[in-house]
Write a protein that binds this ligand. Structure first.
Ligand code: DX5
Ligand code: ZN
Length: 213
């Protein structure tokens, strides 16, 4: 599956970008929410998710790069998030947070920064619907893909199989067409791509290329 990240789109033409995604083979639409504290950048928040929701025909895959994300679970649900992903590094009471997201009727996502090992999830993977493995340090689009991600995806896949969990694996950051086949082969289910999609001449075609790798 493929989830284009709107962060790389022209934000003044967001509706056009959403319509490209609607017309494409994309599965989800990825929205990066940054608070300037958890990550050294500020992107957009709840009003933008709401605005995108009005036009989007794909599920909103909402990636929260914010501290104390639990403050906003209800608000993101109301705004239209289908998948709500929080960071392991920003969650003191992870079990409670994952349960709460599920209780609200969203798919519970958990993101790992590049330095956070998959082995820490032994006791939580069963509660995770979508495991998002960061393949760059979160905060900015257009960074270089970290090659260690392939082995991290394999480790995640092994843990999921071992625990008989149904968790999907998502990879986010610096993903381009040349990484797609190897990521899918390593066990990834969903690829997030910003620059590769929106900085290309034909976003709809770029999505198809990733998807059919
Ligand atoms: C980074 C974000 C990513 C990013 C992906 O903090 O989580 O979703 O926007 O964009 P590219 O594909 O340009 O790295
Ligand atoms: Zn993201």
């Amino acid at each position: 599956m493929v989830a284009p990240s709107m962060l790389a789109a022209d934000l003044a033409e967001l509706k056009t970008a959403v319509e490209w995604v609607n017309r494409s083979e994309a599965d989800w639409l990825h929205l990066d929410v940054m608070d300037g504290t958890f990550v050294p950048n500020i992107s957009y928040g709840i009003p933008v998710v709401q605005a995108v929701k009005k036009h989007a025909r794909k599920p909103l895959d909402t990636h929260l790069m914010i501290v104390q994300p639990e403050r906003y679970f209800d608000a993101f649900k109301e705004a239209g998030a289908a998948i709500l992903t929080i960071h392991y590094e920003a969650s003191t009471h992870l079990n409670r947070s994952l349960q709460r997201i599920a209780q609200l009727g969203m798919r519970a996502g958990l993101a790992l920064n590049p330095h956070t090992p998959v082995s820490l999830l032994e006791d939580s993977i069963a509660d995770v619907d979508v495991l998002l493995i960061m393949s760059v340090n979160p905060g900015f689009g257009g960074q270089r893909f970290i090659e260690n991600t392939y082995s991290k995806v394999e480790k995640a896949k092994n843990l999921i199989l071992q625990k008989k969990a149904k968790t999907l694996i998502e990879v986010d950051g610096g993903v381009h067409a040349q990484h797609a086949a190897a990521l899918f082969a390593s066990g990834a289910d969903i690829l997030v791509a910003g620059t590769a999609v929106f900085q290309s001449a034909d976003p709809v075609q770029a999505i198809a290329e990733l998807k059919n790798s």
